[in-house]
Every structure is written in structure tokens, then in C-alpha cells.
Design a protein around this ligand. Sequence first.
Ligand SMILES: [Zn+2]
Length: 275
Amino acid sequence: MWSLKAWRRNRILERNPIDPAHWAEVCRRLPILDGLDEHEQQRLRERAVLFLHDKHLTALPGVEIGPVEHLLLAAQAQLPLLHLGELDWYRGFHEIVLYPDDFVSPQRHRDAAGVEHEWDDPRSGEAWHQGPVILAWPGVEASGSWEGYNLVIHELAHKLDMLEGGANGLPPLHRDMRVQDWANAMQSAYDALNAQLDADPDAETAIDPYAAEDPAEFFAVTSEYFFSAPDLLAEAFPEVYRQLTLFYRQDPLARLQRLQAEHQDYRMVENATNG
Ligand SMILES: [Zn+2]
């Protein structure tokens, strides 16, 4: 059956071919794409083009970006969606604003006693409900290796979380998933992390202690680890890892282990060259 949507999609892809040299550069700079098969690579390329067609990147003065950098951002944005249907998972926002450096965000919080607290919080990313995603470009450039840090995936995980109302650590789950299983896995890991930090605020936690901030940050940080340090996450919180494989319908740990089986020093070499 002829479909307007498919016709539009194909027209966008035809009109915006990716220079193979650019894509090769993107893959070189993003070790977390290593081990994707040919179909996945192809799908990621197409979705990156569609993403860039759909979203407007606003680079503030001091951010110099060209076609490779656009693709670098888009490929990381689309990696989490690679095995999800072509639903509009990033609907509800059109703009990504790129800052030249970390920025200060005014925060406000009313405590249990009704007292309003305000403070300035330095950060490298922010996702506004029904609004833009803000990314500090150095944070984007520091993302892409297997080191448990990925600013792009972190902020866009907040967007997935926000699809069902506010950011509360519960994105729209698939029909074959159970909210109760998700809640149990997330809550007990979140509680364990908080208990560890309550006992010792300087504890060496298995994942970034920022995850203990609130359930929304827990989902964003564990999503970040899922794609960039799946071994650390699976070891620390196996049930969280399992729920994320069901949600993202991917198994980055299996992919990483395949790469390591092929080259024993795979990750050490990658991390050394990517600093
Ligand atoms: Zn966050």
C-alpha cells in the first residue's frame, strides 16, 4: 500500500545522503557503535538523517560544528532507539541547543516545611518538559566511548521518561513488560545506592552517585551505563540491566563481550585512545 509517510521518509533519505567518509569518522569517534551488524549500521545511518531533518540544532557562539559533528550527535541520539519501532519517540520537542561549555541552571525547590530554596547548579545538560534539550558541546565530545559517560543518551533518556507525564523514572513500557517488575528492579537498586551513600557520602559507588538524586536521574544514568558501560551496570544491578534490555530491546553487554572475545584488550585499547 502506498504510504505518504514512507514516501516522505524516502525522499528525505534520498535528498540527504551521508558522505561515507563522514560516517567512517563518526564510527571511529564512537566506539559504542562497534559490533553493530550491517543492518543495524544501515538503520542507524537512516535514523540519524531523519533525526537531523526533524530536529533543529542551535549552536551558540563558540560551538563550531560541521556535518560530522551533526552526525556524531544524531547517531548517539538514535542508538537507544535502534530496536524500537519507528514511532516518534522523540516527539514533543524540536530544538537541541548546544552550549560552548557547562552552564549554570537556576534551581528551585520547595521543601517539606514549605520553604522555597533557590540555588545555581552547574551542569552540562538539561531536558525541558515539552521544551528543548540543552547540551554542553564538550560533554557531547566526551561521550561515545565505553566509559560510563554519555551526555546525549542521558538527556534523551529524560525525554523518553517524559513521554508519560513528568520525569519519574517510568518511560512508556512495552506491552510485554510489567510495570511492577520495572518498579521493583529500579526501586531496590535505587534504595541500595542511596543506603550506600547515606552510610558514606564519599563511597566508591558502582555507578555515578548522581543516579541517587531521584528516580528520573536513576533512569537517565542507568540508561547511560546501559549503552556505555553495560558490564558495570549488569554487575552492580543485574535486574535493572535486564529491565533495560526489555525496554531498549538491545543487549549491549553481549555486544561488548563479543568484541572482547575477538580482541582481548579491546576495551582497554579503545579507552586509552579515546581518553
Ligand atoms: Zn539528568
